[in-house]
Design a protein around this ligand. Structure first.
Ligand code: ADP
Ligand code: MG
Length: 327
């Protein structure tokens, strides 16, 4: 059984950046206003995320890394109306199966913080009383130390770092009221400090003036199809070194092949061939009932009801907006 669990864990946690995505979502679920990330060797040696959220109750620590341990889903009908990122209770369990995990946490009402170490779903040390502020600090050391094959599939630390940078940037843009920082271990200067600001200014800090100055906002909604979209896209004059596609559905960072194809291939490439590397940030909101988040264990690729109709509505909106600029 532990082999089966470890295989499942390896599907959820594929790289340091996929662990980080889960941890950022947990921090956001816990209403954090400040999220600080520290990494060593692109997260392959060490990855820490520190937040000022609600913290975890002492009594939940022993079961925290058991599979399907979650505080966010009380019964099956909740699945229909999930408004937190997590609900499977699989992330921490998986991380504890593929790394050395340590957690320090303090809730508002506790006097002190507790520190606990986990391996393979169970506590190996603690809970120990320590001094600390409200919130949670999660540290992952030596990811895949017990899986040499998976360890080999990791990219160079610089490339893993780039992925961490991208994930952090995307969440910082979408959660612009939360401040984020990203730094390398043992270096005092942050790589990026992203205080709470407007989304466009956060995009400016991360991707530069050229991108930020090219942005136009897009919105559309359809009451029948029950969805709303907002976001920013670069105008037809901008074309970067590579494509940027930030897509959130109900605040989850997702992959959507159908939206990507519609915007890139059917709009930019077709009508603005000189702008084939645009910047796209869209946020879609729809009835949680209409979304199938169970497609993959990583919850990245998402399918939703009326997908074709909604995607063509998005494509039309982007197309109209860009064509209007040319006139
Ligand atoms: P899920 O998010 O699906 O519930 P996780 O394995 O990601 O499962 O997390 C398990 C539980 O640990 C969460 O339900 C939550 O109660 C708690 N937790 C994890 N990270 C944090 C955090 N940063 N702040 C507060 N609670 C947290
Ligand atoms: Mg989670």
């Amino acid at each position: 059984e532990s082999v089966v669990n470890r295989i499942a864990a390896g599907e959820i946690i594929q790289t340091p950046s996929s662990a980080l995505k889960e941890l950022i979502e947990n921090s956001l679920d816990a209403h954090s206003r400040n999220i600080q990330i520290t990494v060593k060797s692109g997260g392959t040696k060490y990855l820490q995320i520190s937040d000022n959220g609600t913290g975890i109750l002492r009594e939940n620590l022993p079961i925290l890394c058991e599979r399907f341990s979650t505080s966010k889903l009380q019964n099956y009908s909740d699945l229909q109306s999930i408004n937190t990122y997590g609900f499977r209770g699989e992330a921490l369990a998986s991380i504890s199966l593929v790394s050395r995990l340590s957690i320090q946490t303090k809730t508002r009402d506790q006097e002190c913080a507790f520190k606990v170490k986990y391996e393979n779903g169970a506590i190996t040390e603690g809970p120990t009383l320590v001094a600390g502020n409200q919130g949670t600090i999660i540290s992952i050391e030596d990811i895949f130390y017990n899986n040499p094959i998976r360890l080999k599939t990791l990219s160079l630390p610089s490339e893993e770092f780039q992925r961490i940078f991208e994930v952090t940037s995307k969440y910082a843009i979408h959660n612009h009221q939360v401040s984020f920082s990203l730094k390398k271990f043992n270096e005092n200067n942050s790589i990026k400090t992203l205080p709470s600001d407007s989304p466009v200014n956060i995009i400016r800090t991360i991707y530069g003036n050229e991108v930020a100055n090219s942005l136009i906002d897009i919105n559309c909604a359809d009451t029948k199809l029950k969805f709303e979209m907002s976001g920013f896209i670069s105008n037809g004059e901008y074309s970067g070194k590579k494509r940027h596609f930030l897509c959130f559905i109900n605040h989850r960072l997702v992959e959507s092949k159908s939206i990507k194809k519609a915007i890139f291939d059917e709009v930019y490439v077709k009508i603005l061939p000189n702008s084939s590397h645009p910047f796209i940030y869209i946020s879609l909101e729809m009835d949680p009932k209409n979304i199938d988040v169970n497609v993959s264990p990583t919850k990245h690729e998402v399918n939703f009801l009326n997908e074709e109709l909604i995607v063509s509505k998005i494509r039309e909106t982007v197309e109209e907006k860009l064509l209007a600029l040319r006139e």
